[in-house]
Ligand binder design. Structure first.
Ligand code: CP
Length: 332
């Protein structure tokens, strides 16, 4: 078997909880590694960077892409991923994040956690585990950020428009969805990451659907420091005007995640916040439509758009595999 190119050690052992915790240089390394791993995967070349290693996948919420990209990715890297549903573990009986972090660290090489539904809980929980774990803690989505999703999003955007994204505009917009109060972490992850990588960001939402103040403040600061733009508007049309990338998706109301039915009731006022072909006409001719998925088809987006020529949702979902493998290979 051909010898694998050696991976740099600069983030070996490092947690990946928010993209903010990683420098631009470290994120560039992750993107480069994801690109290399994608090539090897497509060429059918073995890339077992993590033989005999173990990662624990701890889920407090449901998943299709995240669970399967981590499980498939770990196997392809020569590692093994254990799936743990939080409600079937002793965490459901109140076992502490400290004890969990210490014990799972002694059994394997990384702990990945999804804990995303309640503002104020998931990120705090992960950071408590990380304080006591001596292996990397990886955030598979919390209340604040979804760093594996946004890394895959940035990879997809660069595949489309190249590495230099200066002058390109991304519209991150709220959209109506009746299925459930979706976490705020994807739009927050987008507004905090994209201004650091050259994109101008316009965030659109109805007045009740504000993102966390800390994340909006970070986005403003990141735009200023990186000579990009960040603005907030209250109309999907205004955000879409002249956009190169549109990312319309639903999210809940920060103060109503304990009573999600109230948030869903309020959202009914905004059923017209749907991404359809008329709205896509406001964007640049070569614009792309993105969504982290799952999407509420017929509500957040029409079939004509998500299945149409602007849509990149499937390459975007595929890049979840390559980016999660990159972070595992570099940190574990
Ligand atoms: N986008 C995303 O995280 O998908 P899952 O919820 O299916 O993991």
């Amino acid at each position: 078997m051909a010898k694998l190119p050696k991976l740099p050690n600069i983030v070996r052992g490092k947690d990946y909880i928010e993209t903010k915790d990683w420098s631009i240089k470290e994120i560039e390394l992750a993107l480069r590694t994801a690109g290399d791993l994608k090539k090897m995967f497509k060429q059918g070349k073995s890339h077992r960077y993590l033989p005999d290693k173990t990662i624990f996948l701890f889920f407090f919420d449901k998943s299709t892409r995240t669970r399967n990209s981590f499980e498939a990715g770990a196997t392809q890297l020569g590692a093994h991923a254990h799936f743990i549903a939080a409600e079937t573990s002793q965490v459901a009986h109140g076992e502490s994040p400290k004890d969990m972090g210490i014990i799972l660290s002694s059994y394997g090489h990384a702990i990945a956690i999804r804990h995303d539904l309640v503002p104020g809980e998931g990120n705090t929980y992960m950071r408590q585990v990380a304080e006591y774990a001596n292996v990397p803690v990886l955030n598979m989505q919390c209340d604040i950020d979804h760093p594996f999703q946004t890394l895959a999003d940035l990879m997809t955007i660069r595949e489309e428009f190249g590495k230099n994204l200066r002058g390109k505009k991304i519209a991150v917009s709220w959209a109506y969805a009746p299925s459930y109060a979706k976490p705020m972490s994807v739009p927050q992850g987008l507004i905090t990451l994209m201004p650091r990588f050259g994109l101008d960001v316009v965030l659109a939402h109805p007045p009740e659907y504000k993102l966390m103040e800390s994340e909006v403040e970070y986005a403003k600061k990141a735009a200023k420091e990186n000579s990009t733009k960040f603005e907030i508007v209250d109309s999907m049309d205004e955000a879409f005007e002249g956009a190169h990338i549109v990312y319309p998706k639903s999210w809940g109301i920060e103060s109503l995640f304990h009573t999600p039915e109230k948030a869903l009731e309020i959202s009914k006022k905004y059923k017209h916040w749907v991404c359809d072909e008329k709205k896509m006409k406001l964007t640049k001719k070569d614009s792309i439509y993105m969504h982290c998925l799952p999407a509420d088809r017929g509500y957040e987006v029409t079939d004509a758009v998500i299945d149409g020529p602007h849509s990149r949702v499937f390459p975007e979902a595929e890049n979840r595999l390559h980016t999660c493998k990159a972070i595992m290979a570099l940190t574990m």
